[in-house]
Design a protein around this ligand. Sequence first.
Ligand SMILES: [Fe+2]
Ligand SMILES: [Fe+2]
Length: 286
Amino acid sequence: MIKRPESVSIRPSNVKLNLTDSIPKIWNRDDYMTTYVGNALSLLFPEGESFFVDSVKYFQSKIEDPKLKEDVKGFIGQENMHSLNHITLNNYFSEHGYGWVVHFSQWYMKVTTRALRWLPKRTQLATTVGFEHMTATVSEVFFSRPDVINYQHPQIRPIFIWHCIEEIEHKDVAFNVYNLVGGHYLERVFGFFVAFLFMNFSMALFISLFAVKDLSFLNPVALIRGLWIQFGWNGFFNPIFPKSLKALKPSFHPWEEDSSEVIVFWKQKLKKLEEENALYFDKRAS
Ligand SMILES: [Fe+2]
Ligand SMILES: [Fe+2]
């Protein structure tokens, strides 16, 4: 039976951001679309993660296994910290030229997650299982591309490294709770498709809004370059789609891909970043 490696623990941590006015608007690879992908992901998180947390919390009282109880506590703590830091980042975007884009996204996320809450509770949890698979998949692909990470502006990079580490750490928690409360394959597949469509549609929408705000969609060279970076040869999104679809296997388990070494590597790297370049963390500020 596949299980999470013993070495992986789920403990909430923090990475306090020190975002200064010196961050360029286009902070990733000097490329509009690459920047918008990061911005759009950040806009999805606060409300999205509060939906994930609530869907798991609803079943918390049914859990008797002490280890799973601890995992759920860790999951809730981690997601809450992610939300808080992405609110900080989104406020930064709002104050630096993207006010209406951020406000619209907040309204959109409220309305759409409220609609998801009309689903039966266990189906909501199945949807969270789908979302968690998507966030872990994006995180694993992100860590397989140090070139992509290197292009990020150093003041924004830590939040993505930190968040992706924890998405991998807790990737099986909602899945384990779902199985415990009698979840079944067809509902899990339904939940996956809801999550897959929701995430892709919302990302495309938010990216388009940023492009409208900057009028960058009028620049065909930038548009083609952006599409090439995301979907062309060695495009960032290329491995994400086939990896996501692994969730459709009846025998799927989030830890069938053992990414525990990735976590160890990037935790060390994050610590090193913290030591070498404390400007981007709390320590320099204090
Ligand atoms: Fe998260
Ligand atoms: Fe998560």
